[in-house]
Design a protein around this ligand. Structure first.
Ligand SMILES: [Zn+2]
Length: 213
């Protein structure tokens, strides 16, 4: 039996709360969504609500004309970003748009992330590209996302935050958590220094593992 509306709502509520507990989202920053590809309905966190207090009734549901058909509160204003990411990646059904502090710090600098010192980073990401600045709530916040998501599951949005795609919210959120953890450790590493990079030929092997995942 396929998933029902309540399953999609549950998934959004569960991961929104989990990300809140980890301090990765707050009342005004971050939103999560799941797309039911059989109906075209998007289930997304509502705007301006504390994620910890979300219930199934508060999850906003948009039909395939982007019209809100369920939910006590207005859908996140970033729903277009979610739809663009999901259109770019038909193999994915979930988007986590999160302002995780270490990732967002790179986004504030407008920098792609290329680390050579972490096996986790090499095997999960290789690189995390940063999209150009675009005003939040407009279509420009995701300019370039289609191209960037061809080769990456996690991208930075300049001066704003990051967005990850996955088959499920578990997959999307775990990418954000893993990247955030690696960057946190990288900043400790720089304190100790000098950073010891993985040799280039070994990075290539790890990169191949990433491609064949
Ligand atoms: Zn945002």
């Amino acid at each position: 039996m396929g998933k029902e509306a309540k399953d999609f709502k549950n998934e959004v509520v569960l991961y929104a709360k989990m990300m809140d507990e980890k301090g990765l989202v707050n009342s005004v920053e971050g939103n999560l969504s799941v797309l039911d590809r059989s109906t075209g309905r998007l289930y997304i966190t509502p705007s301006g609500r504390r994620k910890r207090f979300l219930t199934e009734e508060t999850v906003a549901v948009l039909d395939n004309n982007e019209k809100q058909v369920e939910g006590e509160y207005k859908a996140s204003s970033e729903y277009r970003l979610h739809l663009a990411a999901l259109a770019a990646r038909p193999d994915c059904n979930a988007v986590a748009h999160i302002h995780a502090p270490y990732l967002t710090a790179y986004a504030y600098c407008g920098k792609d992330i290329k680390l050579k010192c972490s096996t986790t980073f090499a095997m999960l990401f290789g690189e995390i590209p940063c999209l150009p600045y675009g005003r939040p709530g407009t279509v420009h916040i995701f300019d370039g996302i289609e191209e960037a998501l061809k080769d990456h599951d996690l991208v930075l949005l300049a001066n704003h935050g990051c967005a990850a795609v996955g088959k499920t919210l578990e997959d999307a959120c775990k990418l954000v958590e893993a990247a955030e953890e690696v960057l946190k450790i990288y900043h400790l590493t720089r304190e100790i220094g000098p950073v010891s990079d993985i040799p280039e030929d070994e990075l290539e092997v790890l990169g191949e593992l990433l491609k064949n995942r």
